[in-house]
Structures are given as structure tokens and as C-alpha cells.
Design a protein around this ligand. Structure first.
Ligand code: NAD
Length: 281
């Protein structure tokens, strides 16, 4: 059990969470389940979502884990049918699967600092860029094509995307991830507009800097000491600390609730300890 920041009753709602095998979306799946929802936890990592589902079921909550690649529409269609059979039609979709990849990351922040043998901007391989862009953008678009059909039929529902600080201003070293998350914020507005007449709301959260498996090597050395990038992030964060995954749950539960957020659609909510508000001076 985790301590929830707000109490909203999601009893009866079917919530599909992609990337639920990971840090942020695992916490979100748990928060929805503890709030009464029937949760479908989807991830490429089947062991992780099955473990999450087993844990939640043993605590008396409703959750099923499904192996799903968010880039494979045929698999998503199969999982969709399984979710309907197991839990019912989708009311809320959280597009959480995403992330960066070393193949789309430069070694140097600035070109004038490039050194012999480093992976500079000029060395980034098209397939690495493609991987990151596809995972983050199509990885939200395809599940929406599959699961939002249920919401159109019900004439209500909610989609929550996960953007990032780099959607406002790109972060050094990660051009594809920055561009893809900017695309997610843009897509959030597009979906909010496109679905407005069907009763579906679409919003995003933009988490600040968390320490997670996918960014650990960007922030810390192998011996656990912080890299200069960590110090830079904290110096640019007015509250002077990283965000904890649990701090994303209040915004998530609020935005997905039809009563609390009935007139909120098309926004990207920063949850960032002030990072996006600070100019650095
Ligand atoms: P994470 O790596 O812990 O979780 C990501 C999950 O997505 C993993 O379980 C992984 O198996 C799954 N996944 C990867 N490719 C997949 C695919 N093709 N199909 C299905 N599942 C797939 O990462 P996280 O930190 O929990 O990030 C979750 C989301 O939040 C991502 O969209 C990420 O970009 C975003 N985000 C993270 C941070 C951060 O600081 N960690 C900040 C802003 C935004």
C-alpha cells in the first residue's frame, strides 16, 4: 500500500496504463488500483507487470498484467480484447511507455567540446533517433488509436500522456527525446481538440527530474557519485531537489477524474519542483 496524496473514487473505472512495469507508471497503476479502479498494466516487460498485478491482487485490489509492445498495433488489438474480457472497456488510458536511449544521446553538451572518439551530434545513427522518436510518439499514438475507441463509444473518457521538461526547452545531449516529448505535448493538444466533441479529455503531465533506471547513468557515475549534470539540474531547480515518483500521483489522479477536472483538456501540467519556471538567474 502507498499513501495516496488525494482520495478520488475510481471504483468501476477501467484504467489502461502502458509502461506500467516502470518506475513512474508502476506507481500510477498502483495509485489507480488503490483508488478502486480495475487496472490493466501493459509493458514490454511481462515479468514486471505480472509481478505488479500479483502484488496488487494479494492486497485486494484489481489489476491484470499484459505483455504489450506499444509499437505493435496488432498486439495492442489483441491485448485490447483481453482487457475487455478480463476487466471491461477502457475508461482511462495512461500513455506511459517511453524513454531515451544511449544511441540517441551525444557524449558532449556542446559541439565545441567534442573530442576525438566521442559520440558527437554527427555520429548519432538514424536508427537510434528513430527508436526514441517512435517509442515516445507512436508509442502514445497507437495505444490511443486502439483504446480510445471504447471511450468514443461511451461518449466519455480520459487520456493522460507523459511529456517532460525537455518539451518546453530541449535538454542538451538528447535531441530526439526532447523533440519526441515536444511532439507529445503538441499531440496532447491535438487529441484534446480532436476528441472534444466526444466527451473525451486529454491532458499530459510533464515530470521534472526523477532519478530512475533510464536516466541514472546520465546523472550518476558508476560509483554513485553525482555527475556535473546532476549539479546543474539541481542548480536550475528552485526547490533544489529531484522529484519523487510519488509526487506525480496527485496530478495524475486529479487530471483523470471527470468531476475534479471536468473542464480541463489539452493542458500539460509541470510537476517539476519549479524547474520550468526558473530562468536560471
Ligand atoms: P522506466 O524506464 O522506469 O519505465 C518505462 C517502461 O516502459 C519500462 O517498464 C519499459 O519496459 C516500458 N517500455 C519500453 N518500451 C516499451 C514498448 N515498446 N512497449 C511497452 N512498454 C515499453 O521509465 P520512467 O522513468 O518510469 O518513465 C515513464 C515515462 O515518464 C516515460 O514516458 C518517460 O519518458 C517519462 N518521463 C520520465 C522522467 C524521469 O525523470 N524518469 C521524466 C519525465 C518524463
Amino acid at each position: 500500500m502507498i499513501q495516496l496524496p488525494i482520495n478520488i473514487d475510481y471504483t468501476g473505472k477501467v484504467v489502461v496504463v502502458t509502461g506500467a512495469g516502470g518506475l513512474i507508471c508502476g506507481a500510477m497503476a498502483r495509485a489507480f488500483a488503490q483508488s478502486g479502479a480495475k487496472v490493466a498494466a501493459l509493458d514490454l516487460n511481462e515479468d514486471a507487470v505480472k509481478k505488479l498485478a500479483d502484488e496488487l491482487k494479494s492486497e485486494g485490489f484489481i489489476c491484470e498484467g499484459y505483455k504489450a509492445n506499444v509499437l505493435d498495433k496488432a498486439v495492442l488489438e489483441e491485448v485490447h480484447q483481453a482487457v475487455i474480457a478480463d476487466l471491461g472497456e477502457c475508461d482511462i488510458l495512461v500513455n506511459g511507455a517511453g524513454g531515451n536511449n544511449p544511441r540517441a544521446t551525444t557524449d558532449n553538451e556542446y559541439q565545441h567540446e567534442a573530442f576525438e572518439g566521442c559520440k558527437s551530434f554527427f555520429d548519432l545513427a538514424p536508427d537510434g533517433i528513430d527508436f526514441v522518436f517512435k517509442l515516445n510518439f507512436q508509442g502514445a499514438l497507437l495505444p490511443t488509436q486502439v483504446f480510445a475507441k471504447d471511450m468514443v463509444a461511451k461518449k466519455k473518457g480520459c487520456i493522460l500522456n507523459i511529456s517532460s521538461m525537455n518539451s518546453y526547452t530541449p535538454l542538451t545531449k538528447i535531441p530526439a527525446y526532447s523533440a519526441a516529448k515536444a511532439a507529445i505535448s503538441n499531440f496532447t493538444q491535438w487529441l484534446a481538440t480532436h476528441f472534444a466533441g466526444t466527451g473525451i479529455r486529454c491532458n499530459a503531465i510533464a515530470p521534472g527530474f526523477l532519478v530512475s533506471a533510464q536516466n541514472y547513468s546520465l546523472l550518476f557515475n558508476e560509483d554513485g557519485t553525482p555527475k556535473p549534470r546532476s549539479a546543474k539540474i539541481l542548480a536550475g531547480t528552485p526547490m533544489g531537489r529531484f522529484v519523487d515518483a510519488s509526487e506525480l500521483l496527485g496530478g495524475t489522479l486529479f487530471l483523470c477524474d471527470d468531476k475534479s477536472a471536468s473542464a480541463i483538456s489539452g493542458i500539460v501540467l509541470p510537476i517539476d519542483c519549479g524547474f520550468s519556471a526558473y530562468s536560471g538567474v
